[in-house]
Ligand binder design. Structure first.
Ligand code: MYA
Length: 380
């Protein structure tokens, strides 16, 4: 085995993302949370610097950094603002990625290129009232009428739903669940009001009604009836990227907690001298080492086009549980200040929780991991 090391380009990407986050995102992260909105100006800057398509090949308007680069960038984004990381994740690693993984060359040129350049914003429309964890149970219908598909149904909990220009939609045809690309300026595409959430408040979440939305016949992505598999393949990447965001937030929380523990005095000494605090810092550090190892080992395999379904489910499960634990320790170390809105700790605590739910609940991840373990007779 060779030394685990990032390339020079990957280190430069991290530095660029970190500078951007320090200068442009951290100063407004609290405002994003309070106003429940990512400013248009920030979205524009993210696009201009190539962050909205960092993973995709250059020929499709992307940065050519693959999944490893995407994970590096998402780590840094989440250090500053988990709402912004969510906006990017829904746009890039699931919304646009459906077209990258399943689309033909024409669809990629027409839809993926503007998404990768950040000229258009994407979203991933899978979830419905009866198709949350049971995502195969999609009821939204797509019926062919001459040269057009007509889509009818309702999607729920769609991240970026109210702000997207181009969405990937999973709907049932005569042949099964199929994937489609839909432009949101189509008549009949109707987003509901933004959901009121506990955390990631700057990220917009909406229900979407499809009321006789007509799209060209050629907007079917991949094979009719094979859309569910494409959704699952897309989520392999999404869950991995989510793990990277959890890793970045965890690193930020550890750094903030160490700084605070050194500076906060009780009983005439800094609280970092107390074993109770040290044990929390030790556990936080160990979890972060494990998360980092899992995320990048899996991301390297993903870029080598290996099957990472089981590993990305493990990454999602472990990293989201770990971040929750780390956020809880960070609040505890900071005491009253951890509970106050003066510091970002309480925001991380609220923003963390969704990661155990979206992109498939952690209970679903355990099901996927066990299913594959049983299929492979426990061989890893
Ligand atoms: S997006 C919505 C998330 N929803 C889910 O994740 C749904 C969870 N449910 C499932 O995953 C599935 O329904 C389960 C499937 C696992 C239950 N690659 O018989 P099956 C094939 C290739 O197992 P089911 C969201 O929340 C399989 O071989 N193929 O199906 C985003 C079979 O094919 P065939 C695969 O029993 C929010 C077929 O599919 C794969 O129904 C925004 C059926 O499979 C695979 N991996 O159970 C997020 N899997 O028929 C933004 C299955 O040919 C996030 N198949 O044999 C950004 C994050 C970052 C920051 C965060 C900061 C806060």
């Amino acid at each position: 085995m060779h030394e685990f090391q990032f390339t020079e380009e990957q280190n430069m990407l991290r530095e660029m993302a970190r500078d951007f986050v320090n200068n442009e995102i951290k100063p407004i992260a609290s405002k994003i949370d309070q106003e429940e909105k990512i400013p248009d100006d920030l979205k524009k800057k993210l696009a201009e610097l190539g962050f909205l398509g960092v993973a995709f090949p250059e020929e499709y308007g992307g940065g050519g950094f693959g999944e490893v680069g995407y994970c590096i960038m998402q780590e840094e984004m989440a250090r500053g603002c988990m709402s912004t990381a969510t906006f990017i994740g829904a746009h890039q690693s699931i919304g646009a990625n459906v077209i990258y993984l399943g689309g033909n060359e024409e669809q990629k040129q027409k839809y993926l290129v503007p998404l990768a350049k950040g000229e258009k914003i994407g979203a991933f429309c899978l979830t419905e009232a009866q198709a949350g964890s049971d995502s195969f149970n999609v009821k939204t219908k797509a019926v062919l009428d001459g040269n057009e598909w007509v889509i009818n149904g309702e999607k729920l909990w769609i991240t970026n739903g109210g702000i997207a220009d181009i969405v990937s939609v999973f709907a049932r045809t005569e042949k099964g669940v199929s994937a489609f690309v839909v432009e949101t300026n189509n008549p009949g595409f109707q987003p509901g009001p933004p959901e009121k959430k506990m955390g990631i408040k700057g990220s917009t979440t909406n229900a979407i009604t499809f009321d006789n939305v007509r799209i060209p016949k050629e907007n079917l992505i991949g094979t009719d009836g094979r859309g569910f598999i494409l959704a699952m393949k897309t989520l392999d990447a999404g869950r991995l990227g989510l793990g990277a965001a959890c890793l970045g937030a965890s690193k930020e929380l550890l750094e903030l907690s160490v700084q605070y523990a050194k500076q906060r005095k009780q009983f005439d000494q800094s609280i970092s001298h107390f074993q109770a605090i040290q044990f929390m810092l030790a556990e936080m550090s160990t979890l972060i080492f494990a998360m980092e190892s899992m995320v990048y080992r899996t991301a390297v395999d993903y870029d080598l086009k290996k099957d990472v379904s089981q590993k990305s489910a493990m990454v999602k499960l472990f990293c989201s549980e770990s971040l929750d634990k780390i956020a809880d320790y960070a609040v505890q170390i900071h005491g009253g200040m951890g509970y106050s809105r003066e510091l970002p700790i309480e925001r991380f605590y609220r923003d963390s929780r969704i990661n155990r739910i979206f992109e498939g609940t952690n209970e679903i991840q355990k099901g996927i991991i066990a299913h594959i373990a049983l299929k492979k007779n426990g061989k890893m």
